[in-house]
Design a binder for this molecule. Structure first.
Ligand code: UDX
Ligand code: ADP
Length: 477
């Protein structure tokens, strides 16, 4: 098999596939890169002349698309044709947690992986290297291989079609995706075909130094991704558990995190307390880990990782309880402003966002919400909050109780409280003394961010509650 790859195709034009392929196209101008998706609207958005309409918001992405689109980067719904002309096919489709059937609530649903593998089996020509990029459970490569091999059995003897499968999980974090792809901490490639591994290494070598490229067997590669995400999520749950203790004891979680993180064995990153982790990966990957541990009879290991998820959910419920208590035990008919709905700053992604649980809790308790997020649209918010029942068990129309605020003033006007959930830079510029005048008295700010100095609120007559901040919690005036 030649290790010269000229055309690559990526199945799945989402948060991983789109940015990853944009960076590969930018760094390897000699390659033709085609990103395909079943979803025509999404492909149309990727092809939109107006770059503010791209389906994924990532700092730096617009510039890349401008440089490469139509030159060596293409977005298309022509899946069959694109696979057929490619030497290497990346699978970057979604793998949501199964809702029904075996493993429901824990195992990943591999139906999109399976249908991608079937498309590759059918339409690929010649020697094709298949690269799994989606976050997937361990042993998914086996599923892909089985589908590809069974398709080969039906082929005529003189067919030149053949496949190899590599696992190369993507470690990018949303909000910093382009930077992470341009300067990755490592590139992991798992597989047993040296020629195919080299073909992928040759692509990355264009901008990543070889010592950062790790070659492993395919299962180590798959399990490394799950483990990395589980460790990161565990750090967030660890610091969040201590944030609750800070509030009780008078300590400040930021001071504790700094002191702890300066131990080089622990490290300072990923120690920010907040409303809990969200995003498409952490919960799903831990659930996958829990599922396979149970499958292999490792009950204690499964229980250990499950606790990371329980603390995360507890943090969100804990926050809601604090808000309700501070507002005299009830939020019924009270207006609460929500700043930030995506799962973190600098993204438009709302998957598993802590805002979903917290807003749902508040709506169930009867609150009216005015929401502002720089990148998330009203429909997206409604989709995330649908199917709620009030305290009496009766369903209600969420749209009647939420509205999008187009300014901070609109959000604050007549509100009893504002809850700050994410760390967008623009929230740092809010003039709280002005905002305070618009709110009902006593007015509350519940600030879940890690970065803002408490002095920001000093000039106002607001009551401030800061996550993980133990002293003077009730009023920082
Ligand atoms: C994560 C991994 O970082 C990435 O390597 C993997 O490829 C996909 O999953 P992502 O979910 O995009 O990336 O974002 P990340 O920055 O890891 O944040 C995940 C969640 O943890 C967010 O909700 C974030 O707000 C939260 N978080 C992160 C904290 O609460 N505190 C921190 O210190 C860091
Ligand atoms: P991720 O965060 O992993 O990138 P997304 O949900 O953002 O996940 O993107 C995955 C994309 O994969 C979706 O746009 C979905 O339409 C696409 N997809 C799923 N299955 C297939 C398939 N069989 N062929 C082409 N595209 C697919």
């Amino acid at each position: 098999m030649s290790d010269e790859v000229k055309t690559i195709c990526c199945i799945g034009a989402g948060y991983v596939g789109g940015p990853t392929m944009a960076v590969i196209a930018d760094k390897c101008r000699y390659l033709k890169v085609i990103v395909v998706d079943l979803n025509k609207d999404k492909i149309d958005s990727w092809n939109n002349e107006d770059l503010t309409k791209l389906p994924v918001y990532e700092p730096g992405l617009k510039d890349l698309i401008k440089r490469c689109r139509g030159k060596n980067l293409f977005f298309s719904t022509k899946i069959q044709q694109s696979i057929a002309e490619s030497d290497m096919v990346f699978i970057s489709v979604n793998t949501p947690t199964k809702q029904t059937g075996l493993g429901a609530g824990e195992a990943s649903d591999l139906k999109y992986i399976e249908s991608s593998a079937r498309s590759i089996a059918e339409f690929a020509t010649g020697n094709t290297i298949v690269v799994e990029k989606s976050t997937i459970p361990v042993k998914t490569a086996e599923v892909i291989k089985t589908i590809l091999i069974s398709s080969q059995k039906g082929l005529e003897k003189n067919s030149t079609k053949s496949f190899t499968v590599l696992s190369s999980p993507e470690f990018l974090a949303e909000g910093t995706a382009i930077d992470d792809l341009m300067n990755p901490s490592r590139v992991l490639i798992g597989g047993d075909s040296k020629t195919s591994i080299n073909a992928l290494v040759n692509i990355y070598k264009n901008w990543v130094s070889e010592e950062k490229i790790i070659k492993t067997n395919i299962w180590s590669s798959e399990l490394s991704k799950l483990t990395a995400n589980a460790f990161l999520a565990q750090r967030v749950s660890s610091i969040n558990s201590i944030s609750a203790l800070c509030e009780k004891t008078g300590a400040d979680i930021r001071e504790v995190a700094k002191a702890v993180g300066m131990d080089y064995r622990i490290g300072r990153h990923f120690l920010k307390s907040g409303p809990g982790f969200g995003g498409s990966c952490f919960k799903k990957d831990i659930l996958n880990l829990v599922y396979i541990c149970k499958l292999y009879g490792l009950k204690e290991v499964a229980n250990y990782w499950e606790e990371v998820l329980k603390i995360n959910r507890w943090q969100q419920n804990r926050l809601t309880t604090i808000i309700v208590k501070k507002l005299f035990g009830t939020v019924t008919s009270k207006k609460i402003g929500i700043l930030g709905f995506a799962f973190k700053a600098n993204t438009n992604d709302t998957r598993e966002s802590p805002a979903i649980k917290i807003c749902s809790n508040l709506l169930i308790d009867g609150a009216r919400l005015s929401i502002y997020d720089p990148k998330v649209k009203f429909d997206e918010i409604c989709n995330n909050l649908k199917d709620l029942n009030n305290a009496n068990g009766n369903s209600f129309k969420v749209e009647d109780f939420i509205s999008m605020a187009s300014s901070y003033e609109e959000l604050a006007n007549n509100s009893d409280a504002i809850l700050i959930l994410t760390e967008w830079d623009e929230f740092k510029k809010i003039e709280w003394s002005k905002i305070a005048k618009l709110m009902r008295k006593p007015s509350w700010i519940f600030d879940c961010r890690d970065i803002i100095d408490i002095n920001d609120f000093k000039e106002s007559d607001l009551n401030i509650w800061k996550l993980g901040f133990g002293s003077n919690v009730d009023n920082l005036k």
